[in-house]
Every structure is written in C-alpha cells, then in structure tokens.
Ligand binder design. Structure first.
Ligand code: C2E
Ligand code: CA
Ligand code: CA
Length: 711
C-alpha cells in the first residue's frame, strides 16, 4: 500500500492503470504537485502538468539533474526564508506551509502558497519533499483590496465630520466615531459609549422625539433627516439631524441601528434668525407688520371663542420727525428702541407690540374684559412713553398719540380694526397730541385716513383749502398789538379744520412743504401789506419756516419774491426758525439767515428752550428775536424753576441785544409775571387765539390797541 504520492508514482514505475489515472488526476489539480530530493538544488523527481501553468516552464525543464533548479524561481528576497522553513521540516520530519513569490518564465512575479511534507527516503538516506504549490496572487490581491477597503472605511469613520454610530436597540452605543464624541461633547468615543448608556433619556431633550424615532424605525427600518434637540455632555442643547437604518440578520431580526449625526445648530440658528427677521423689525426687535397681522388674526379667533375683547392700539410719537432731525438719526434710533422697551413693559406677555416703521407702533391687547381694562393700559402707555429720556446728557421728552379700536365693537376683522385704530390715532393728533382716542363711527373716515389725507393734501393748494390764521403779539410794556404770527390751517369743505402739527409732517413727507411754504409767505406778506394799505397801524407779520425749508435754496428767492410782489417793506416780515432747524445744517442755514438779515428781514428763534443747542450758539446767530417756548411759561407765577429759567433767558437775550417774546401766555398771572421780569412781548390765548385775517384786523387793528393793562 503506497503511503505517499511518491510511493504510488515511483514505486512501480508507470505500469498500472491506477497510476495513469493518478497522473491524470494530478494533472487536473490546480497548481504544481512535486516530489524532489531535499538536496541543495532540490532536484525534482516529479512535477505535475500544473508546473507549466504555475511557472511557465514545462515539467521536463524542471526535472532531473540538469534542470532549472526550482529555488532559482523563488524571489531572491524570499529564498532564504523558504529554505529555512523547508530545512526545519526536514529536520523534524514534518509538514510545512509557505507563502512566497516566484518569478515565472515570462518574468512575471506571482504569489504562491506551498504545502508539503518531508519524508525520509530510506534508499539514499536523503529526505524527499512532496507537496503542492499553488498560485494565490489573485486571491491575495482581492484580500488586500478588502483590507484596503476596510482601512479606508475605518478612516472615513474615524475622520468623518459627521458623527457615525452603531447603537443597540436597548439604548446604548456599540461603536461611535470621534466626530460623534466631539458633537456630543465627550473627549473620546469610549468616554461617550461609557457615559451615554440610555440614549432616550440622557440625550434627547424631548423624549417624545426619541419615541417617534423608534416608531419610524420600527415601521420603515430607516429614518432620514430626523431633526431633534439633544443635550451635550455639559448640559447645553444642540440641534442634530440623524440618518439611520436598522441592520438585520438573515432571519430579518434587527441586530442594531446604524446611523449618522450632523450638528445643525448653526443652521437652525440661522433659520431662526431668518424667520425672526422676516417677522420682526430689526431696530427694535418688535413684531413687524406681517407678524402683527398674524397675531391679530389669532387674537380675533381667540376672542370669538372665549367671548372676550381685543384692543388694537395705534401709537404714533409726537413730533418724532422733529426730534429725529435735530438729534440725528442715531439718537433717533436709540429713542425708538427705548420706547419699544417701554411699550413691551406696559403690556402682558400674551399681548403683541409691533412697529410698522418710522415712529408708528401698534399694540394688540388680548383677553380684555371691557374698555375700562383697556384704558388702564392705554394710560400707562401714555405716561410711560412721556417719561424723560436722557441722551448725550440732554433730557428729552416725547409724548405719543394713540388711537384704539376694539373687537368686536369697532370691527370684526384685522383690516377694519387696524384702519379704525389708525383713524382714532389721527383724531388724537388732531386734538393736540399726547392723548388717546377710541374709534367711533362718527370719526370721519376720510379725514382720518392718512393715506387719503396725503393724497388730498396734493390738491389742497390748488383747491384753496389752506388758510392763514393770525395770532396777536403784543408789547408787554404798552399792551399794544405789535405783530401777528401767521399760522396755517387746512379746511376742506365740510370737514373739521386740521392743524399744522398734523398735516405739515405729512406734507413734508409728500414733498409738498416747499410749495406750501411759498404760499404762506406770499399770503402773509400780501395780507400785511393790505392792512397797511387800508391805513391800519403797521405791524410785523411772523412766518414760520420749517427746518426743511431752511435747507432749500429756494427759500431766499421765495422771500424776495413775496416781498416784491406784495410791496411789503422787509422790516415788517419776521421769519421764525427753531433752533434745531438751524443747527441741522448750521453752515448752510447761517448763510441763508445772513442774506435774509441783509435784506432787512427780521429773524426770530422759535420754541427757544426745547432744542438741544447750547445758549452759546445764540451769539453767532444773526437773530433779532427770541421766543421762549410755551412749556416754560406754563405756571410761571407759581413754578419757581420755570420762573428762574425764563428770567435767565430774558437777561441772556437782552445781553445779546435780542427782543424776548413769551409764547403760550394763557393767564393774567403769567402775563403780569412776564411784565414784571422785563419780557418784551407776549403771545398767547390770554391776549388772543389765532383767527382769520378779517377777524384779526377787526379785533386788534381797528380799535385802539391799548386794550391791555400796561406796565
Ligand atoms: P409755533 O410756531 O410754536 O406756533 C404757536 C403754536 O402755539 C400755534 O399752534 C398756536 O395756536 C399755539 N398757541 C398760541 N398761543 C397759545 C397758548 O396760549 N396756549 C397754547 N397751548 N398754545 C398756544 P398751531 O397753530 O397749531 O401751530 C403749531 C405749529 O405748527 C407752530 O408752532 C409752527 O411750528 C407750525 N406752523 C404753523 N404754521 C406754519 C407755517 O405756515 N409754516 C410752517 N413751516 N410751520 C407752521
Ligand atoms: Ca412760531
Ligand atoms: Ca413756538
């Protein structure tokens, strides 16, 4: 019985059919079966047909004494190792297994695996080696590819910016990459795996979100772009987006989850910011018109359900434009922010405060019981807004006018409520500002709709709807009427008279101020000249010029023209400008004022004391008259502070050679007091309200002018 191939092949040399079939069998084996002597040249005694495929040499080229020694085929770098292993096997009579490179006849290097054993060959006392050598180059290559692929995947896993994990169904992590550890605020993947044992309760801010995740996973086996808020290790909250899938075994059972995590906090913040900007006013961070309308709709829906009422408060700052122009836009903005904060504090969390632009605010007060509860808030707003505000060391006070409409009494949709609140606000302005008005059906819609007002203003000049009223100015020493201030009024047929404080700002916005100003100048000059022509005692007429007019190049030619057309001597025309008006573009204003002065026109500083320029500026201005603002005259006989300010202003004015006029004198005691402290002239309701030209001449110019008590 043959023990080895060699026994079978070599024992009885190639004689039996069994041996033939064995040879055929060996020839079919992939690889080279061999038998050789364990001599230095490894002299081959048998090689199978596979030799050709493996080495490119025919078996005959490898067999016998003069053949190519097999070890010459082995790559020189591997030769020594192969020899050692084989020698070792020979020494111990054991099997060997080797992997090394050979060079084929065509020069190509191939990886081979050799498995064989050393057998003592009793005959020659030499050992015999028998085995098989197989080409494993392809397998090795695909193995290497596999390893490489795995290495690459590992590197992606390790270096990914996204967090990657495998987690168990039972809420723990199996594996996470460094990025996930970083995202969740852990020092390392292992620290995360250790620290986060219960994903549901430790990680998710909203446990329901985790449950949803599980449900989707259960149903679809995959979750994509799943956004949730999670806690980092330090307790801070971030937004993440997850993509995950369930990994199953062949039986379809879920083994674990595997997924990626992206930190989308920054994106969420930007989204939130974008949404915020779309719905808020950037300056004050109050709701904008879009959000206001949305909230108002909600409020109306709510009120329909709970039977309570909603108040819409339209709020407009008084004379904001004036403050903004004189203080500069930066302080103007600061003022708006301050007012916004105050408004926020006046209302409840559930109410809405919005800014529509400019100095227009709208408040939506919800869950109101009745007008009384609304009124409480409205009053609080009035007084809170009017609280003095200090900017650049100057105390500024603004007031506001408010219009209120109520749901359901004044309208049943947001558009009607807003429109009616706006109308009521306009009414508040008309009634002298710093007050609030409720909408009422008899508020003439047309007179109160501002847009409509602006459009009607455009036709007012040509429709002769403007009128000048004249208010007497009288000498405090003699009581004689020495002048008249021309004050514009707007009277549309069948409508209430509108005062300049209401429509002039609108006219300015609409670019109509220049034309209106020109009309005032002409009318006033012409009127004064008419009085003089009628033989009435000559007085001076004062015309107000707004800051905007003062800045225009057209003012000087307009005045010259008005004087020429009317034939009025320049000394009977006085131009009133506010100190803020002059300060706005001081260089330019100064030039215009000097030219006017050269013309012989008188110049007066209006509303003195309400501005923000210093008294020292007065010296450099070419003024004739200083009009102390009415707010200082109020209660002058009892208010010591006001009294001393007025006294100081009078003496300062006198020292600069100015005539001092007190405005807004309403009572006899104020009148007497001013007489006593040496004020030159007065103007105010005490002596007379502004009236149409004809009434003026009848009341103050026909009769002896010494109707007032003299000093
Ligand atoms: P102003 O120049 O300070 O005019 C005086 C204002 O005080 C007038 O208001 C007048 O009616 C009011 N007044 C007079 N005496 C008293 C009083 O004893 N007590 C009180 N509380 N008020 C008194 P009016 O007519 O509503 O004018 C408001 C402002 O509109 C004027 O303030 C002036 O700045 C401006 N204005 C009026 N007419 C014109 C105009 O033709 N052109 C320009 N640019 N501005 C004008
Ligand atoms: Ca004036
Ligand atoms: Ca004034």
């Amino acid at each position: 019985m043959a023990h080895t191939i060699s026994d079978a092949l070599m024992g009885d040399k190639g004689s039996t059919p069994a041996i033939h079939s064995l040879e055929a069998l060996l020839a079919n084996i992939h690889g080279m079966v061999y038998r050789c002597l364990a001599d230095t040249a490894w002299t081959m005694e048998f090689v199978s047909q596979g030799a050709f495929e493996l080495t490119g040499h025919l078996p005959s080229e490898l067999l016998g004494q003069h053949a190519i020694p097999f070890d010459q085929l082995i790559h020189p770098e591997d030769r020594e190792h192969v020899r050692q292993v084989v020698q070792d096997a020979v020494d111990h009579g054991r099997r060997y297994e080797l992997e090394y490179r050979i060079r084929r006849k065509d020069g190509v290097l191939r990886w081979v695996v050799e498995r064989g054993s050393a057998v003592k060959y009793v005959d020659k006392g030499l050992a015999i080696l028998e085995g098989i050598i197989q080409d494993v180059t392809d397998r090795k290559k695909s193995n290497e590819n596999l390893l490489e692929a795995e290495r690459r995947y590992r590197s992606i896993f390790e270096n990914a910016i996204e967090g990657i994990y495998q987690s168990t169904m039972a809420q723990g992590y199996l594996d996470v990459n460094p990025a996930l550890a970083r995202i969740y605020g852990y020092d390392s993947p292992s620290q995360l795996i250790e620290g986060l044992r219960d994903i549901g309760s430790q990680l998710y801010v909203d446990l329901n979100r985790r449950l949803e995740f599980m449900q989707i996973m259960d149903k679809h086996g995959i979750v994509s772009n799943f956004e949730s808020r999670v806690y980092r290790r330090d307790g801070s909250v971030i937004w993440i987006s997850e993509n995950a899938r369930a990994v199953r075994n062949e039986a379809g059972e879920v083994l674990f989850y595997e997924g990626t995590v992206e930190d989308i906090t920054q994106r969420k913040l930007s989204e939130a910011e974008i949404h915020f900007r779309a719905t808020h006013d950037p300056l004050t961070r109050l709701a904008n018109r879009t959000l206001l309308e949305e909230r108002l709709e909600q409020a109306i829906d709510g009120a329909r359900r709970n039977g309570k009422c909603v108040a819409v408060v339209f709020l407009d700052l008084d004379k904001f434009k004036y403050i903004n122009d004189s203080l500069g836009h930066q302080l103007g903005d600061e003022l708006l922010v301050t007012i916004a904060d105050r408004l926020r504090h006046c209302v409840r969390e559930s109410d809405t405060v919005a800014r529509l632009g400019g100095d227009e605010f709208v408040l939506v007060l919800v869950n109101q019981i009745n007008e009384k509860t609304v009124e409480k808030t409205v009053q609080r707003i009035l007084s809170d807004v009017a609280r003095p505000w200090v900017a650049n060391g100057v105390e500024i006070q603004v007031t506001c006018s408010m219009g209120v409409s109520l749901f359901p009494a004044h309208g049943c949709d947001s558009a009607a409520l807003l429109k009616h609140a706006d109308a009521a606000m306009f009414e508040a302005k008309r009634l002298g500002r710093n007050n609030s008005q409720y909408f009422s059906e008899n508020l003439d819609d047309a007179a109160v709709n501002r847009l409509e007002t602006i459009s009607s203003l455009r036709h007012a000049l040509k429709n002769h709807e403007f009128q000048l009223h004249y208010q007497p100015k009288c000498d405090l020493a003699t009581g004689a009427v020495v002048g008249a201030e021309a004050l514009i009024r707007w009277q549309r047929p069948g409508r209430p008279v509108v005062g300049p404080n209401v429509f002039l700002p609108l006219a300015e916005d609409a670019g109509l101020m220049e034309a209106i100003g020109e009309w005032v100048l002409h009318t006033a000059c012409l009127q004064n000249r008419k009085w003089q022509d009628a033989g009435l005692p000559p007085i001076s007429v004062s015309v107000n010029v707004s800051p905007l007019q003062l800045e225009k190049d057209s003012l000087l030619p307009q005045i010259t023209h008005a004087l020429r057309e009317s034939g009025l001597a320049p000394r009977y025309l006085e131009i009133e400008v506010t100190e803020n008006g002059m300060m706005r573009h001081i260089e330019r204003s100064m030039q215009t004022l000097r030219r006017l002065k050269d013309l012989g026109v008188r110049l007066s500083i209006d509303d003195f004391g309400t501005g923000y320029s210093s008294l020292s500026h007065l010296k450099s201005l070419p003024m004739d008259t200083l009009k102390i603002d009415k707010s200082f005259i109020r209660n002058i006989s009892s208010d010591h502070q006001n009294a001393s300010i007025v006294k100081a202003v009078i003496s300062l004015g006198h020292s600069l050679g100015l005539k001092v006029v007190a405005e807004g004198v309403e009572t006899e005691s104020e009148y007497r007091h001013l007489q006593l402290i040496g004020c030159n002239e007065m103007q105010g309701y005490y002596r007379g309200r502004p009236v149409p030209a004809q009434s003026f001449s009848m009341a103050y110019l026909q009769a002896p002018t010494h109707a007032m008590p003299a000093a």
